[in-house]
Design a protein around this ligand. Structure first.
Ligand SMILES: Nc1ncnc2c1ncn2[C@@H]1O[C@H](COP(=O)(O)OP(=O)(O)OP(=O)(O)O)[C@@H](O)[C@H]1O
Length: 299
């Protein structure tokens, strides 16, 4: 299990990660989401033991991660800025990783390289952006580590490669309890594979929850009121977003389906419907509440 307590990273006076507490359980798929500059890459690099926290604790199975070789052998980090030795081929990288990762599976590496149609002897610098990503992911999956840290890994991959890699991740989670931690802006992608999501905003964690629970605790309701209400029809409910066009209201509110249905029974609307929220809508609502609203630039 990964556990952080008040994990903090500062660059000069800039607080990139601000006292973050979180737990990531084995065999779960953890999605790390957040606005640009929120601290996702920095946090991921702390989890992978690349950056030391300035304050707080970053532990895997109760051991500090930074400069801990035994723990690092159980973690593979796929950076958003691809890392390859100058002039190297995929096979060179594979040989390097083989010396570090005790469970590196060469047969799997070969099978995946062939499957993706990649030449292990070609210089990586001659590969396209997406092909370089594929090489990183293939090395990451072949290293057979317990934890896989992915920074914008699906970015730049074509839809077939994305689906295939998502399937490979899911297979490793089911077969050998792999724990992927994936930072991404592609929330639709995350929604497919993650069971837990942490939202970082300005270095701090806004929430960290099961995706299903998150969806059960936030709803969008559209309703038409028969008569103009006296006072606020939603008083007592935590409404994150509200729009009104005549008698048609659309609200995004916290609460269970049952709690909101109860309010509908009191309001007796001419019509109402509860709409499921996507992860993208949840992200926008929660970050707007935290003061991140770029829509104002459009006005
Ligand atoms: N090496 C560094 N030196 C100075 N500041 C840094 C460094 N790395 C990151 N930062 C700053 O830390 C903050 C968090 O950056 P980080 O890359 O972790 O954000 P992010 O959530 O991954 O962003 P994005 O979604 O845009 O990739 C930013 O303000 C960034 O400028």
């Amino acid at each position: 299990m990964i556990r952080t307590e008040k994990a903090t990273k500062q660059f000069g006076t800039l607080l990139a990660v601000d006292h973050v507490d979180t737990e990531i359980h084995e065999g779960s798929v953890f999605g790390l989401i957040g606005s640009n500059g929120a601290g996702k890459s920095t946090f991921l690099r702390m989890l992978a033991g690349i950056l030391a926290p300035d304050e707080g604790i970053v532990r895997i199975d109760e051991q500090e991660v930074y400069e801990n070789e035994e723990i690092k052998k159980r973690c593979f980090y796929i950076s958003d800025e691809q890392f390859f030795f100058p002039n190297s081929t995929p096979d060179d990288m594979k040989n390097y990783y083989k010396t570090f990762y005790p469970n590196f599976d060469e047969a799997r590496y070969r099978m995946l390289m062939d499957g993706f149609g990649l030449d292990g002897n070609r210089k990586i610098r001659t590969f396209s952006k997406g092909m370089k990503k594929q090489v990183s992911v293939i090395c990451g999956l072949s290293a057979c580590t317990d934890y896989l840290f992915c920074d914008e890994t699906f970015d730049g991959l074509d839809p077939v490669a994305r689906q295939t890699i998502k399937g490979l991740f899911a297979g490793d989670v089911a077969d050998r309890g792999l724990t992927p931690v994936i930072a991404s802006h592609n929330l639709r992608e995350l929604e497919d594979i993650c069971d837990h999501v942490g939202l970082l905003h300005r270095g701090g964690i806004l929430f960290s929850r099961d995706l299903d629970d998150m969806k059960l605790g936030l709803h969008k309701v559209q309703l038409i009121l028969r008569q103009p209400p006296e006072g606020d029809p939603f008083a007592g409910i935590e409404v994150l977003k509200r729009e009104q066009r005549g008698s048609l209201y659309t609200i995004t509110a916290r609460g269970t389906r049952e709690q909101l249905e109860e309010r509908m029974t009191v309001l007796q609307p001419a019509f109402y419907e509860m709409l499921p929220l996507t992860l993208e809508e949840i992200f926008i609502s929660e970050t707007e509440v935290a003061g991140y609203d770029l829509k104002k630039l459009l006005l």
